[in-house]
Design a protein around this ligand. Structure first.
Ligand code: PBG
Length: 326
């Protein structure tokens, strides 16, 4: 049927009609809020390029997790800012490391919020790379053992889920084996499966103090021009035992999210990264876009593309809107 017999506008006449035929609904259940935890007490260190986001010491972090739980957000993703960095990123897998301590405190004092931990060495190494350096590049196999130790130390502290973001080959099976051998077979792995070497991570590197001190991450993170390679990366992670697969960043990679959702039957997560957040905030401050509306449009777009889970710095703001609490 064609115009004038068929008129798509008939179903767009008012909000009730639009609601009836809406194909995608964003829910607070889909959101995960990233948090940066730092040493000290009473510390709230705002991140300049990410308005509204701060590094928090454990005491304030616990309060923040309570607020997140009250907003109905089911999970947080924890990143640690260590006291000291070294070549091997030792604080990443210490029992008294910042993330391990934070997990124990949250478990003790705040709610049943799901605690997911980022498993990667870049915040903890002096050189800022995601693994051990040999001959000027990250040594894949030497890094695996440390990542597994890091994941295990998080599980032992009480993390509910681990999320490796390093992009080393074989890390999912190494982590799975290590968790299983140590009676943590019930801890799921959310793998950053298709993680691109992206300039959208800029503000995060200020937030986490994790900029590479030489070179870049292109020898381990993916080339933004590739999509078939993303399918291959996800297949490997699925075979190695990933429970949730992730695409990162989100907005510039919606086609990847779509393809992964079509191809695999595991839950798909998308990471709406720091640069994507910063751009919306900056344009909103300049009065160039309505930040709130653009935020909701981005989030629904990520969901429409196929993401079941959206990791986003907007989680609190979006949750308030979704729950009608603004
Ligand atoms: C650690 C890690 C990064 C991000 C999440 N985990 C940075 C990177 O790979 O350089 C980026 C998150 C964001 O930009 O919001 N490897």
């Amino acid at each position: 049927m064609l115009f004038p017999d068929y008129r798509p506008r008939r179903l767009r006449k008012n909000e009730h009609l639009r609601r009836m035929i809406r194909e995608t609904t964003l829910s607070v259940d889909n959101l995960v809020y990233p948090l940066f935890v730092t040493h000290g007490k009473g510390v709230r260190r705002p991140i300049k390029s990410m308005p509204g986001i701060s590094q928090l010491s454990i005491d304030l972090l616990v309060e923040e997790v309570r607020e997140i739980n009250d907003l109905g957000i089911p999970a947080v993703l924890l990143f640690g800012i260590p006291k000291n960095k070294d070549e091997a990123g030792s604080e990443a897998y210490e029992r008294q490391g910042i993330v391990q301590r934070a997990i124990r405190e949250i478990r003790k004092k705040a709610s049943e919020t799901i605690i997911i931990t980022d498993v990667c060495l870049c915040e903890y190494t002096t050189h800022g790379h995601c693994g051990i350096i040999k001959n000027g590049d990250v040594d894949n196999d030497a890094t695996l053992e440390l990542l597994a130790r890091m994941a295990l130390s998080h599980a032992e502290a009480g993390a509910h889920m681990v999320a490796p973001s390093d992009m080393m080959d074989g890390r999912v099976s190494e982590i799975r084996e290590c968790l299983d051998e140590n009676a943590h077979e019930g801890i799921p792995i959310m793998s950053y499966s298709a993680k691109y070497a992206s300039s959208f991570y800029g503000p995060f590197r200020e937030a986490a103090g994790s900029s590479p001190q030489f070179g870049d991450r292109r020898s381990y993170q993916m080339d933004p021009a590739n999509s078939r390679e993303a399918i291959r990366e996800v297949s490997l992670d699925v075979e190695e035992g990933a429970d949730i697969v992730m695409v990162k960043p989100a907005i510039a990679y919606l086609d990847i999210i779509f393809q992964i959702k079509e191809e695999f039957d595991l839950p798909v997560a998308a990471y709406n990264v720091s640069g994507e957040y910063a751009m919306v905030k900056a344009a909103d401050r300049l009065g160039w876009v309505d930040g709130e509306k653009v935020m909701m449009e981005c989030l629904v777009g990520i969901k429409r593309a196929g993401a079941d889970i959206i990791i986003t710095y907007f989680a609190k703001e979006a949750a308030r809107i979704l729950r009608g609490k603004v």
